[in-house]
Design a binder for this molecule. Structure first.
Ligand code: HEC
Length: 161
């Protein structure tokens, strides 16, 4: 009787262990197949766009250059994972090349030159270009602006030295 109870307990434990493993495996599989949606990539880009502003304002050119790189990577992901999107007629890589290549190159130059005035001008051009793509894709209700305040309480934007 006692042995039976132990056996039953063991069987239960094994069963739950197997279930746990199966759960783990499927979570891992889901992870490898996970593709961020265009909206998710855009939300990340909006955070980078805001951080870029505060890095520039703090004359932290290294951080500013990093945020521009991250924007590039986000748009690469958008182009690779979302060649087409919903009802949009043009392809996403085409639209990105049209709207982002020039303003990103311009702001990169301003950052290399450590030129705050040029940075601000090209930052505003970049923002206009983000919104231009939203307009032509019928997502014009997503309006990006210069950030009104810094929501990133846990990141230092100024130079440490
Ligand atoms: C290909 C043209 C294109 C470019 C360039 C573009 N966007 Fe978007 N953006 C979109 C589309 C399309 C959506 C809507 C995606 C969806 O279906 O959720 C979007 C959505 C967004 C959203 C809403 C996301 C949310 O979850 O609230 C934000 C914010 C955004 N974009 C910011 C930016 C910023 C910042 C830039 C420039 C640095 C930019 N976008 C450049 C096409 C573009």
């Amino acid at each position: 009787m006692k042995l039976k109870v132990i056996k039953f307990g063991l069987a239960l434990a094994t069963a739950s262990l197997l279930t746990a493993c199966a759960g783990h495996q499927s979570a891992e599989q889901a992870h490898t197949h996970f593709t961020p949606g265009l909206g998710e990539i855009m939300a990340q880009s909006a955070a980078r766009h805001a951080k870029l502003w505060f890095a520039g304002q703090a004359l932290n050119w290294e951080l500013a250059a990093y945020e521009v790189d991250e924007l590039h990577e986000g748009f690469e992901d958008a182009a690779n994972y979302h060649r087409t999107h919903k009802q949009i007629k043009q392809t996403i890589p085409e639209l990105i090349a049209q709207h982002m290549d020039q303003p990103l190159a311009d702001i990169e130059r301003a950052i290399k030159d450590k030129n705050l005035q040029a940075f601000v001008r090209h930052y505003d051009d970049l923002t206009v270009a983000c919104n231009a793509c939203h307009q032509v894709t019928d997502f014009g209700f997503n309006r990006v602006t210069r950030p009104a305040f810094n929501p990133f309480a846990n990141q230092a934007f100024g130079l440490s030295n």
